[in-house]
Design a binder for this molecule. Structure first.
Ligand code: GDP
Length: 446
C-alpha cells in the first residue's frame, strides 16, 4: 500500500532537503506537488484540500529548530498531519470487547469484499491474541455455499461455528447464536451477514433488524481497499443507514495507492480498525495511524530526528533560564524574553482559564487588566529603553522615564509599575541564590 504515494512524496521532499531557509514560496511549491500526489493516490478532494491547508498553516512561519533543515521540518509537519487525517487515537482503532460476554460483532459489507475471510481472521486474532473463546455464525441464508465457507474458515481458525439449521432467517440465526454462546460461555460472537452486489434497501433492512436484535458492540464494515473512493462512499452510506463503529480495509496488499485509507476517517468520521493484508488467515493487522504515516512517508528517521531536535531545543532553553536564575541576575532583557515567552504561549486569558480554579477568578483578572494588550505595552516600554538602561534599570530617573513613556506611547505611571514589577522579580532571584544554588532553587520551586 502507498508505494506510489511514497515515492512521489519522496521526490517532493528531496527538493526541499538541504535548503537553508524555507520560504513561503518553497512551501507552496511543495504543497502543490503533495496535492497532486494525493489526488493521484485517489484521496478524496475535500480531504486533499484540508490536508494541504493544514500543512501550510503549520509550516509557514514555523520557527525551524536549529540542527535540522527546513525540509526536514516540513517532513515532520506532513507526518503529523497524516497521523491526524488517519485518526490519531490508537484506542479508537481497538476492537471494543468491553461489553458483557458474549460480545456480538456484526460484519457487514458487499459481496466479495472479504467479509467471510475477515470473520475468520478476526476470530483467529481474538482467540490467539486476546485469549477469547470465539464463535462465528453465518447469517447468509441466500447462499448455502457461504455458510459452508464460514464453517471451513472457522475450522482453520480453530473456533466454533454455529451449526447450520436450514430454513432459519438471519435474525433467528443471530438470536440462536447469542443463546448458544451464552450457554457455552463464549466471550465473542462474530456474525457474518449476507453481502449483495450493490447496496439495496432489502440488505440494509435485514442488517438493521439483526442489529436491533443483538445490539452489537461493533458493527464493522468490510470493504475492499482497491476500489478507492468507492469504498469511502460505501462506508458513508453504510454509516448513514445502519451506523457502523469501524472499518476493515481488505486487499490492502494489492492496493498501491492507498487513497481509501487516507480519506476514510476524514469523510466517515469512523476509524479504520483492521487491515487485511492477504488471503491467509493470519494476514490481518491492527491499524496504527503513526505506523501508516511512517509507511507513507518512508522517512521515519527524519521524523524521529526532528522530534529529538525539538526535545533538545526545549531542554537547552530551560537550562539557559535555570542558569540565569542561579546567577541571581535578572535584567530588563530577561524580563523582555519572559514576556515574549508568555505571548508565544498564546492568549494569556485562555491559558489562565485552563488552570484549575482560575476560571472563577476571570472577573478579577479582567479588573486587573491582565491581558495581551498589557504585555504588548510592557514590551514596548522595555524596547524604548537603551541597552544600558535595560542592563541597569536604576539609571531610570525622572527624565529618562518620561522619554521611555513617550517613546512607548505609555505613561510614566506604567513605566514605574513595570520597574517595580521587575524589582520584585529580581529580588526573588536574589533570594533564591542566597538559598544556595540548585538546591535552593528546587526548594523554592517545589
Ligand atoms: P465475502 O463475499 O465478502 O465473504 O468475501 P470472501 O471472504 O469470500 O473473499 C473474497 C475473496 O477475497 C477470497 O478469494 C479471499 O481469499 C480474498 N480476500 C479476502 N481478504 C483478502 C485480503 O486482505 N487480501 C487478498 N489479497 N485477498 C483477500
Amino acid at each position: 500500500m502507498f508505494e506510489s504515494l511514497s515515492s512521489r512524496l519522496g521526490t517532493v521532499f528531496d527538493k526541499l532537503r538541504g535548503r537553508g531557509a524555507l520560504s513561503e514560496a518553497d512551501v507552496s511549491e511543495a504543497m502543490r506537488e503533495v496535492r497532486i500526489a494525493l489526488l493521484e493516490a485517489d484521496v478524496a478532494l475535500p480531504v486533499v484540500k484540508d490536508f494541504v491547508a493544514k500543512v501550510k498553516e503549520r509550516a509557514v512561519g514555523q520557527e525551524v529548530i536549529k540542527s535540522i533543515t527546513p525540509g526536514q521540518m516540513v517532513v515532520k509537519i506532513v507526518h503529523d498531519v497524516l497521523v491526524d487525517t488517519l485518526g490519531a487515537d490508537d484506542e479508537d482503532s481497538a476492537i471494543n470487547l468491553r461489553a458483557a460476554p458474549p460480545v456480538p460483532i456484526l460484519m457487514v459489507g458487499l459481496q466479495g469484499s472479504g467479509k467471510t475471510t475477515t470473520s475468520g481472521k478476526l476470530a483467529l486474532r481474538l482467540r490467539t491474541r486476546e485469549r477469547k473463546k470465539v464463535m462465528v455464525a453465518s447469517l447468509d441464508v441466500y447462499r448455502p455455499a457461504a455458510q459452508k465457507q464460514l464453517e471451513v474458515v472457522a475450522g482453520q481458525a480453530e473456533v466454533v461455528s454455529l451449526p447450520i439449521v436450514p430454513g432459519q432467517m438471519p435474525v433467528e440465526i443471530a438470536r440462536r447464536a447469542m443463546d448458544e454462546a451464552r450457554r457455552g460461555g463464549f466471550d465473542v460472537v462474530i456474525l457474518d451477514t449476507a453481502g449483495r452486489l450493490h447496496i439495496d434497501q432489502e440488505l440494509m433492512d435485514e442488517v438493521a433488524q439483526v442489529r436491533d436484535a443483538v445490539r452489537p458492540a461493533e458493527t464493522l464494515l468490510v470493504t475492499d481497499a482497491m476500489i478507492g473512493q468507492d469504498a469511502v462512499n460505501l462506508a458513508r452510506e453504510f454509516n448513514e443507514k445502519i451506523g457502523i463503529t469501524g472499518i476493515v480495509l481488505t486487499r490492502v496488499d494489492g492496493d498501491a495507492r492507498g487513497g481509501a485509507a487516507l480519506s476514510m476517517r476524514a469523510i466517515t468520521g469512523k476509524p479504520i480498525k483492521l487491515l487485511g493484508m492477504g488471503e491467509k488467515l493470519d494476514q490481518l493487522e491492527g491499524f496504527h495511524a503513526d505506523r501508516i504515516a511512517g509507511r507513507i512517508l518512508g522517512m521515519g528517521d527524519v521524523v524521529s530526528l526532528v522530534e529529538k531536535a525539538a526535545a533538545t531545543f526545549e531542554a537547552e532553553e530551560a537550562e539557559k533560564m535555570a542558569a540565569k536564575l542561579l546567577d541571581g541576575k535578572f535584567d530588563m532583557d530577561d524580563m523582555l524574553s519572559q514576556l515574549r515567552q508568555i505571548q508565544k504561549m498564546g492568549d494569556i486569558k485562555g491559558i489562565l482559564g485552563m488552570l484549575p480554579g482560575i476560571g472563577k477568578m476571570q472577573k478579577q483578572l479582567d479588573a486587573a487588566k491582565i491581558d495581551d494588550k498589557m504585555i504588548k505595552r510592557q514590551e514596548a516600554i522595555i524596547l524604548s529603553m537603551t541597552k544600558k538602561e535595560r542592563r541597569t534599570p536604576e539609571l531610570l530617573k525622572a527624565s529618562r522615564k518620561k522619554r521611555v513613556a513617550e517613546g512607548s506611547g505609555t505613561t510614566v505611571q506604567e513605566v514605574n509599575k513595570l520597574l517595580k514589577q521587575h524589582q520584585q522579580m529580581a529580588d526573588v532571584m536574589k533570594r533564591m541564590k542566597k538559598m544556595g544554588g540548585k538546591k535552593g532553587l528546587m526548594g523554592a520551586m517545589s
